[in-house]
Structures are given as C-alpha cells and as structure tokens.
Design a protein around this ligand. Sequence first.
Ligand code: ZN
Length: 197
Amino acid sequence: MDTLPAPVEKKRLPDYDTTEWTDVALADSSIALDLKYATTDNFVETQLYECPRCLLRPEVAKALIKAHRELKAKGYGFKMFDCYRPRPIQWKLWEKVPDRRYVADPRKGSMHNRGAAVDLTLTDSAGLELDMGTPFDFFGKKAYHAYLDLPEEVLKRRALLKTTMERHGFQSTKTEWWHYAYIRKNYALSDFVWDCP
Ligand SMILES: [Zn+2]
C-alpha cells in the first residue's frame, strides 16, 4: 500500500542565480517595499516593472540589511522605492525621458542597472513612512542634502539615514536624499529581468 507523502513545507525558492542576486524581501521581510516603477506613481506615470521585487547584488543586500537592523533597534526601518533596475527597463525610461539630467543613458547605465544602488526612506517602528521633506523623485533643491530650510526632525532623519548608510559602505548623492550607491565593490551592468508570480 502506498503511503501518503509527508506534507512539504511550502517555501518560496529563489528563481534567480543566488550567486548574482539577493531578493531583499526574502532575506528580511521586515524591510518594506513600495517599488514606484511597479506602479504608475512615478515621474513618468507609467508602470515599468511587471511586479515589485527588490533585487540587489548579494554584498549590497547584506549591507542594506545590516543597516536596516541597526535602525530597527532604534525604532526605525527601511522602505524601498527602487533597487536593481534591469537595463531593458532603463531603455524604456530613456525612451520616455531622453534627458541625462533626469535619467541615466542606458548605454552608460547607472548604479541601479548594476544592482548596487537603492532609493529608500525611513519608516517608524510600525512601518509608517516618515516625513523626509519631499516625496521620492522630487526634482529640486529641497531634495538636496545641502538644503537646510526644513523642520529639525526632517534634518535629523536625513542625517540618520545618511550616517547609517555611509557606515555600511553606501555613498549619498548631492541632489537626492533617497539615493545611495554601494561603493565597496564594482559590478557589471545587467540585462537580467526577474520573474513574476
Ligand atoms: Zn536612485
């Protein structure tokens, strides 16, 4: 008589090369995702990702998770707006806005196209997004790190995000408080596009 197979615990298995990529949500589910390019709530008002996934190079994901856990102990958390951006998506973005002031030329690519940059903000311990002075992808001086005409608590949050990220190998950019690039390792541009359920 056949015996019934033991129930198999359902676990999502990685559907990508784990030596190349880490899915941040699978590695630490307490990091919130709000990937704007998987919605129409972005500056080109077009959904560019079929589904929201935050993939990063393994060392980059590891550093991000370390930074997140450090902030978690202080009552904060991360919410991701963008992570790895496949180069075919960069081409779509470039076709919409062929202007180097706003979009990286896909031929040259950006740190996002290498899986080494993140766009993120801070949340409180309940996962609620905190005021950082401007929304994500706000083009203007108010999003600059040097812009100081902001409420004290906003400046403190920007500084907390910046010092924490820098401690873990990320570099800020002058004009966008939400953008950080991992600079401890170099990665190639990538055309890999993740699967969707
Ligand atoms: Zn960015």
